[in-house]
Design a protein around this ligand. Structure first.
Ligand SMILES: NC(=O)c1ccc[n+]([C@@H]2O[C@H](COP(=O)([O-])OP(=O)(O)OC[C@H]3O[C@@H](n4cnc5c(N)ncnc54)[C@H](OP(=O)(O)O)[C@@H]3O)[C@@H](O)[C@H]2O)c1
Length: 290
C-alpha cells in the first residue's frame, strides 16, 4: 500500500508521519510526502520516505505526484495572502479525482454544516468539491488543537494572566499529536466511517486558566475583553501586527469558539484509549515549548 500526505511539512503532517512510522509500523517506502517546498521537506521530514513536489493549483504536476498512490491524507492548508484557500483545495480535489486514487481523507472543520464562523466557509466549499468529485472520501472534522492556544498557556504561566475574547464559550481541545494518531489510524483502516467529528471534552477559557494555574503553581486569571479591546490588546501588549491580531481574533472569536462546543467522541473511539486529561495536556504544551 502506498500512502500520500498533502501538506506534510506542517505540524500535523509531521506528527502523522511520525505516528505512521514509529507507532503503526508503516515502512518509509510506503509513505510519500507531497510538498510545495522540497528543501523544507528534506529538512523537516524523516529520511527514507518519498518526497514529491507539487503545488495544489498545478493539476498535471499534482496528478504525476499521485502516480501509484492508493490512499491520500489531504491536510487542509492555512489561509494566506495572495491565494484563496477554498479554490486551491477544490483544485486539488479535481487532480485527486483525475489521478483516480482509491481513497482521500480530508481534515475539515467541526460540524461544518452548522458552523457560524466565516473560517468554516473554506471547509464547507472543499467538502462540496468532494461530494461532486466521484472520489471515495472520508471527512475528518476537527475541533481545535490545544496548541492553538499555546501562547495563552505560556503567557498565563509566566505572568499569571492572559486575555481572550470568547466569553463563556467552551472548546473541545485535544492535543495535535492525538489528532495525528487518529488520522493515521483512519488512513490505515479498511472500512472507515464517512464522517468523523474529532475533539476532546469541551472546556472554557476559565477552565484553561485553572489548568495553567495547576501546572504552573501560581494563580492565573483569564480576562475576557470585547473584540475591539482585544484587537488593541494584541497589538499594544502582545506586539502583533494588525494582520496577525485580526487573524488570531478570527480564530478565537466568540463565534469560532462557539463552533467548538461539541462533546464528540469519535477521536477517543478511533484511538481506542482515553485522551490525555486536560490539565496534563496543558502541561504538555507548556513543557514542549510549542
Ligand atoms: N483545528 C484547529 O485548531 C486547527 C489549528 C491550526 C490549523 N488547523 C488546520 O489544520 C491544518 C494543519 O495544521 P498545522 O498545524 O499542520 O499547520 P501548519 O504547521 O501551519 O502547516 C500547514 C501546512 O500546509 C502547507 N500549506 C500552507 N499553505 C499552502 C499552500 N498555499 N499550498 C500548499 N500547501 C500549503 C504548509 O506548507 P509549507 O510547509 O511549505 O509552508 C504546511 O505543510 C492547517 O493548515 C489548518 O487548515 C486547524
Amino acid at each position: 500500500m502506498k500512502y500520500a500526505i498533502i501538506a506534510a511539512t506542517g505540524h500535523l503532517g509531521q506528527a502523522v508521519i511520525k505516528d505512521l512510522l514509529e507507532e503503526r509500523g508503516v515502512a518509509p517506502e510506503e509513505i510519500v510526502a507531497i510538498v510545495r517546498n522540497r528543501e523544507k521537506a528534506e529538512r523537516v521530514l524523516p529520511k527514507g520516505i518519498g518526497i514529491r513536489e507539487a503545488k495544489l493549483r498545478e493539476t498535471e504536476k499534482l496528478k504525476a505526484a499521485l502516480d501509484g498512490i492508493d490512499k491520500v491524507l489531504f491536510i487542509s492548508i492555512q489561509p494566506g495572502v495572495g491565494y484563496h484557500r477554498a479554490e486551491l483545495q477544490a483544485k486539488a480535489v479535481e487532480a485527486l479525482a483525475q489521478a483516480k486514487v482509491k481513497q482521500v481523507i480530508f481534515t475539515s472543520y467541526a460540524h461544518v454544516e452548522t458552523a457560524a464562523s466565516p473560517i468554516a466557509y473554506d471547509f464547507l466549499f472543499t467538502e462540496n468539491a468532494f461530494k461532486f468529485s466521484g472520489l471515495d472520501y472520508v471527512l475528518v472534522r476537527t475541533n481545535e488543537y490545544l496548541e492553538n492556544v499555546a501562547s495563552f498557556i505560556h503567557q498565563g504561566a509566566s505572568t499569571g494572566e492572559f486575555a481572550y475574547c470568547a466569553g463563556e464559550a467552551k472548546v473541545g481541545w485535544a492535543l495535535e499529536r492525538e489528532y495525528a494518531e487518529g488520522l493515521s489510524k483512519i488512513l490505515l483502516a479498511d472500512h472507515p466511517q464517512k464522517i468523523y467529528e474529532f475533539g476532546g471534552q469541551p472546556h472554557s477559557f476559565a477552565d484553561l486558566a485553572a489548568a495553567i494555574s495547576q501546572v504552573s503553581g501560581q494563580p492565573v486569571t483569564a480576562h475576557n475583553l470585547g473584540g475591539q479591546a482585544y484587537l488593541e490588546y494584541l497589538q499594544k501588549k502582545v506586539g502583533l501586527s494588525y494582520h496577525q491580531a485580526d487573524l488570531l481574533l478570527e480564530k478565537i472569536s466568540p463565534e469560532a469558539a462557539g463552533d467548538m462546543e461539541y462533546d464528540d467522541h469519535d477521536l477517543e473511539k478511533i484511538l481506542g484509549h482515553k485522551l490525555t486529561p486536560f490539565t496534563q495536556a496543558v502541561g504538555e504544551v507548556l513543557t514542549e515549548n510549542y
